[in-house]
Every structure is written in C-alpha cells, then in structure tokens.
Design a protein. Structure first.
Length: 237
C-alpha cells in the first residue's frame, strides 16, 4: 500500500482498542477543512512507509496492540487495501477503516472477507450540499455515503459517524437537516468535530472564525444522540 504516515500507538482512533494508525496517500475529495492536505495534493512529498517496515512492526506488537486503523487520504482508492487488511486480520488484529464512504462496494467486499471490524465515516454535509463541500465531482456521492452507512448498520459493524463543523460551511439548520437524514438511515450516534485550523487544504478557511466549543455543545444538545468531539479526541459536555 501507498502509506505515507504512521502512528505506532493510539488510544483514541479505534474506540475501545489500543491501535496503530497508518495513513494512505490520495483522496477523491477536496474538503477545504482537510487537515492532511499533503496526502491529498502531494503525497510524494511525504516519506513513504514501506510495507516490510509496517509488517515487521505489527508482528512485533502481536499481543500488545489490539487493532489497526487504516486512514488517509482515502484508503479505498488503494488497490492493495484488501490484501493488507487480510494480512492484519490474519495476524490477529481488528481492522478499522476511516473512509469518506464513497465506495460502499469495497466496504462490502472487505466485510465479506472477514477483514473489516469497525468503520469511521465522515458525513460531510446535507445531501443537497454534499458536493459543494466535498468537491468530489461524483454526482451521486451523497447516495454512496448513505449506502455505506446503511451497510454498516445492517451488518452490525461498529460505526463512528462524525462531521467536521465550520461556520463558513455548515449552519445549525444544515446540522438539523443532517440529523434528520442520519435518522432516516438508522444512524443514532453522531459526533460533531471541532474544526482544526492547522495545515488545512484551503488556507483561507483556517483564518476564518468558526464556532466555539460552547456553540457546538449548544448545537449538540438541541440535536438527538449527538456529541461534540474536541481536538484531542475527548468528548466535550
């Protein structure tokens, strides 16, 4: 796989498990708030972590780590994802995939191969604004993401649904629409994420005021089954 970053130890990226995190190059979205712009726009600028190095490290952590998070970028763009996920599963690690949900058919194939144990899916915007914010150029992108969410629920795959919120992109009314859309799919728990102004794909957005933590908490309280996740991964109340 084209891996361009690695966190050897994490207690927040795979809820309930101690995990390693790897970051894949490339993405088919161009979200202005993306905090991994180099992986999206210029992955070759980042040092490549070779597969033998990753496999050696994971082998040395059998019995110590419980899982691996495959993040990005967008992992489902990498044709070597199925083989890598199987290697990790065969070594005894649970696999969590962080994805934008644009390829539900790949999620299905991973699950059917027994190589998918948890999902983190970003729900970017209300359906009518999805491409405006994600800049994917995929005409049916909102439908694809909804299919990914529905597949996870139908198969009882552990699911973390989150939305990065910036005042320039999403209003409270947008969040209300998104809550209604998630309810219609069957998604109960939803996390609003505080915008991180560091090293974003759109430099201008990092200089634009956004919602405070208190404002996001107020929004969450008005929406059902919704929490706020701060920049450190800790839930705010």
């Amino acid at each position: 796989m084209n891996i361009r970053g690695m966190i050897r130890f994490s207690m927040v990226d795979f809820p309930g498990k101690i995990a390693c995190v790897v970051f894949c190059a490339r993405c088919n979205f161009r979200c202005p708030f993306c905090h991994n712009p180099h992986l999206v726009l210029d992955p070759d600028s980042q040092p490549r972590v070779r597969m033998p190095q990753i496999l050696h490290f994971m082998q040395s952590r059998v019995g110590k780590l419980e899982g691996i998070v495959i993040s990005g970028g967008e992992p489902t763009l990498d044709p070597e994802l199925p083989g890598f996920a199987k290697q990790m599963t065969d070594m005894g690690f649970a696999v969590k995939l962080d994805t934008n949900g644009s390829h539900p058919e790949i999620l299905k194939s991973l699950y059917e191969a027994g190589c998918l144990h948890a999902l983190g899916i970003d729900y970017k915007a209300p359906s009518g604004k999805y491409n405006e914010i994600a800049n994917s150029g995929i005409s049916d992108i909102a439908d694809r993401v909804k299919r990914s969410l529905a597949f996870a629920l139908e198969n009882h795959i552990r699911l973390d649904v989150r939305t990065t919120v910036h005042k320039n992109l999403l209003s409270f009314e947008d969040l209300q629409t998104m809550r209604s859309e998630l309810n219609s799919i069957g998604v109960k728990d939803w996390n609003l994420q505080q915008f991180n102004p560091v090293d974003t794909l759109d430099e201008a957005i990092s200089k634009t005021p956004t919602y405070s933590e208190l404002e996001l908490i107020s929004f969450a309280r008005k929406l059902s089954s919704t929490k706020v996740r701060g920049l450190t991964g800790i839930y705010l109340e």
